[in-house]
Design a protein around this ligand. Structure first.
Ligand SMILES: [Zn+2]
Length: 901
């Protein structure tokens, strides 16, 4: 029938795993898909209860589909649990099938923990780290899975050419590894199986032929019977039985993924260490890192707010019994939902991206609000009055702070006065109605960020009412503003004609910038301006060029090109705008491109002049083509756009901060800033989940998807002596690649950081770099990103620790204020961690839990002075106890649960 001889006596086992791949939101919105999901699971429950030959169903490795279903059909929870307990429906281990590169390592871990926790209600999760559709895989995934006790994974995209079998051993940089089943033909290789047994056998033979090179004799085949949003096939049990009876080449069985993998060994498998980002056999869709930059920015802001502010500050400074678990759980649910590969990747309908942005905003609002509460708790507990600086990171550090203080005497030489408000004592007489309206505008005691009502009083005599407001630079606890307002309203209701004399008493205040003396890691310090070792100054004039320098870094603006030099190396900030006739998944240049890389005009202006902060403003006006014409495949039209860039240098800091703002007027284009490398480079080092990955100048691809060497970085990337820290600008590429004259091969001269990639199609056919569509060919407005764009990054060209710099740029010291009278001394720390990077500090089941990782190539000792506890795995199971410190292998991740202390 198939023309191939059956090997004597041995039938090839074929494991059929029925499943569906459920993108929760994608080219249709969540609720649209859920209508279909509910019908699918309704039918699935009926089918499995009715037909015992339909033995297994894989619910896509993610618990979200179950919660989405039960929200509509709570009455069916018992039926689902029964089928899950019987091992027929497998759930988890993930809560959602996330993208791995565009979200933080913590988001990946929380996703897995949430899945495992929720899965316990259904008899436990599938013990397989199922990763069917992610657009490539991060280097540390094997370690994450291993620490959750998962020895197997299943992958499709990103697997590189050296893997030539249907499985390999996948290792993380620390050496931990999992067995990876490789779905060469994807998670839908057995989708839509025919009802007729003869046709099914023919299909199997064709598959076997197609993938013969991957299969050894007698090796089982894995047939994934499902695909995107596909429903179960009720005839499966029957057709499998009939097919087995008809022939002796294949031995089919309906299986669970974990049963199938339980019998598979690692023996003889090739090992691959590190990330999986190859397009050698399937698309990795690397352009998702740069579409919808607003989504990526929103993600990094929300991650920072929760992981680096709200959690550590609440864990360390709010009493344990007030740990805000319900708020944080809600925030993390929003983050985890958004991490779904089609959600954070923004290769989705505009309505979906609106929902994603809304979830990120809510998660950030929760994080920011909890941060504010924790800071207030610190402020209230201080013994002395005045501003207090709080360091939410583990490393002792100083930094620029912006504080409001009473204006007593002259400002010192090490501070920079931003504004002064002179004293405002005075009394006015108003009618009752005016006062009522005025006080109605006062919400609590806050007037603005620099002025708060610190005392209020009310007195009445036969001539009228006297209201006195005392105003100060910082909020004070317990000011009875609302009580006085109520009292005033009731007296005015009784006597509407009362005259009201309002007296405002405001002492002079000053808003100033200073460099705070070092604040301990996870600690606090009363506001104390430090002497500036390297004050910053602004020199030159706008015609010859303005210079910012603090002797650690010198930044000079070229008034003609609008670019700037760093320590004499010119050409930073050159904006290169080219056409993009691609889609949300991939950049693809139009057949005939027009590249705009110089402005029509430039205006440079001096800003602040130091000594704490100095700035220069550059307004560069360009004529960008308007859009790509679909017929001529070229950029047409012209739109003027002015890009406003502020360069900022601070005292005692080695990096220049860059913020560019413009209103994007054009469609179908990509805007990148080109950053010269002080030395030519053959590789880059970029932050990725729990590590730094090194990448070369090329990427593996194939005719179906060009191996464009644009790569993602989480918060920073380094190459050739340049360090770039950014907020949500995830895509970079080493460019200006030329062969070095000494014959040592090609090297890059610059790093291009993508600021914007604007496209009008979810997916497209016939693109130069990816000819076949990767999703529906739907036109979209959102990804064109017309309107305001606001991007920030920072650059250093001296030797810096990129993790330190990223914290300094992105997680500044936090300011709160105190009126004194508490117990807390002027300086202290709530927790000391040394020797590794801290990824998370939170409370878990009441205990303080600290997760660290070691990005170095050498073993380290993690010191937690005065603390003891247990190292635990990612399921919270104890691994070993520690007392004060523990060793951590190179690139290792460790979670420590601390004893109360
Ligand atoms: Zn998918």
């Amino acid at each position: 029938m198939t023309g191939r001889p059956a090997s004597a006596g041995a039938r090839r086992p074929v494991a059929v795993v029925p499943h569906t791949h459920w993108d929760r939101e994608w080219y249709d919105p969540f609720q649209t898909y859920r209508l279909k999901l509910v019908r699918l699971i309704d039918d699935l429950l009926d089918l499995m209860e009715r037909d015992s030959s339909y033995t297994h169903f894989l619910l896509d490795g993610q618990l979200a589909v179950i919660d989405d279903y039960l929200e509509i059909r709570p009455e069916n929870e018992g039926r689902l649990r029964a089928l899950a307990a019987a091992g027929r429906i497998t759930v988890g281990p993930w809560y959602i099938l996330m993208d791995e590169f565009l979200v933080s390592g913590e988001t990946i871990v929380r996703n897995l923990q949430k899945g495992i926790l929720r899965g316990a209600a259904f008899g436990g999760v599938m013990e397989v780290g199922y990763l069917p559709d992610m657009f490539g895989h991060v280097a540390q995934m094997p370690q994450i899975l291993d620490q959750a006790g998962l020895g197997h994974t299943v992958v499709w995209r990103g697997v590189p050419s050296p893997v030539e079998r249907t499985a390999f051993v996948w290792s993380a940089p620390d050496g931990s590894s999992v067995r990876a089943e490789y779905l060469v033909a994807g998670y839908g290789n057995g989708a839509a199986l025919p009802e007729d047994a003869k046709h099914l056998v023919r299909r199997l033979a064709a598959l076997e032929d197609e993938f013969a090179e991957f299969l050894t004799d007698g090796e089982p085949m894995l047939l994934m019977n499902g695909s995107d949003h596909l429903r179960p096939q009720p005839w499966l049990g029957r057709v499998v039985t009939e097919a087995n009876a008809q022939q002796d080449e294949f031995e089919l069985s309906i299986s669970s993924l974990s049963d199938y993998l339980a019998g598979r060994t690692r023996d003889g498998l090739v090992e691959w260490r590190g990330e999986l980002r190859s397009g050698y056999r399937s698309n990795i869709l690397m352009g998702v890192g740069s579409n919808r930059v607003d989504v990526k920015q929103a993600a990094s802001r929300a991650e920072r707010s929760l992981e680096q502010l709200a959690e550590p500050l609440s864990a360390l400074f709010v009493p344990a019994d007030r740990w805000p678990a319900p708020f944080l759980d809600l925030a993390w649910t929003l983050m985890v939902r958004n991490s779904a590969h089609d959600s954070i990747c923004a290769c989705s309908a505009d309505d979906v991206v609106d929902a994603v942005l809304h979830r990120y905003a809510e998660a950030r609002h929760l994080g920011d609000g909890l941060t504010e509460q924790a800071l207030h708790t610190i402020g209230r507990s201080m013994a002395s009055a005045g501003p207090v600086l709080v360091n939410p990171t583990f490393r002792e550090r100083s930094g620029m702070v912006d504080v409001v203080v009473p204006a007593v005497g002259e400002a010192g030489p090490h501070v920079q006065v931003l504004s002064e408000r002179s004293g405002l004592p005075g009394s006015i007489t108003l009618d009752g109605e005016t006062v009522r309206n005025m006080l109605g505008l006062l919400q609590g005691a806050r007037i603005d960020d620099e002025a708060y009502v610190t005392d209020v009083s009310l007195a009445e005599d036969e001539t009228g009412l006297d209201v006195t407001l005392v105003i100060g630079p910082e909020p004070r606890e317990g000011v009875p503003v609302e009580e006085i307002k109520r009292e005033l309203y009731s007296r005015l209701s009784a006597r509407p004609d009362l005259e009201v004399r309002l007296t405002i008493d405001q002492p002079p205040i000053r808003r100033e910038l200073a460099r705070q003396v070092a604040v301990p890691g996870f600690g606090w310090h009363r506001f104390t301006p430090a002497p500036l070792a390297h004050p910053v100054r602004l020199e030159g004039d706008r015609d010859s060029g303005l210079t910012l320098t603090n002797d650690l870094l010198t930044v000079t603006v070229d008034p003609v090109s609008g670019t700037f030099s760093l320590d004499g190396v010119p050409g930073y900030g050159r904006l290169v705008d080219d056409g993009d006739h691609g889609d949300t998944y991939n950049y693809s240049p139009p057949a005939s491109d027009t590249v705009v890389d110089r402005p029509a005009s430039v205006v440079v202006a001096a800003g602040e002049s130091g000594p704490v902060r100095a700035t220069v403003e550059i307004a560069a006006t360009y004529a960008w083509p308007e859009y790509v014409d679909g017929n001529s495949h070229s950029r047409v039209g012209s739109k003027d756009v002015t890009v406003h860039t502020v360069l900022e240098l601070r005292a005692d800091e080695p990096a220049v901060r860059v913020r560019s703002r413009f209103t994007n007027p054009s469609r179908d284009h990509r805007l990148r800033t080109h950053l010269p490398l002080p030395e030519r480079a053959t590789s880059s080092r970029a932050e990725c989940a729990f590590t730094v990955v090194e990448r070369g100048l090329t990427a593996e691809g194939r005719p179906g998807e060009f191996g464009l060497p644009t790569f993602p970085s989480r918060r920073f990337v380094q190459a050739g002596g340049l360090t770039v820290v950014h907020e949500g600008l995830l895509e970079y590429e080493l460019v200006d690649v030329v062969d070095r004259p000494d014959g040592t091969g090609p090297a890059a001269g610059a790093l291009a950081l993508t600021l914007l990639r604007a496209t009008g199609m979810l997916s497209r056919l016939g693109m130069s770099l990816r000819p076949l569509p990767a999703g529906p060919m739907n036109a979209l407005d959102g990804p064109q990103m017309l309107g305001p764009v606001d991007v920030t990054y920072a650059l250093a060209v001296s030797e810096v620790d990129p993790f330190d710099l990223a914290d300094d740029i992105l997680v500044p010291l936090q300011v709160t204020s105190s009126f004194g009278g508490g117990h807390r001394p002027d300086r202290g720390a709530a927790l000391t961690v040394e020797g590794a990077r801290v990824s998370s500090v939170r409370r878990n089941a009441g205990a303080l839990e600290v997760r660290v990782f070691n990005p170095a190539d050498d073993e380290t000792t993690v010191d937690l002075p005065g603390r003891s506890g247990w190292l635990v795995d990612l399921r919270g199971r104890p691994v070993e106890p520690f007392e004060g410190s523990f060793p951590l292998r190179p690139h290792g991740i460790a979670t420590a649960r601390l004893d109360p202390g």
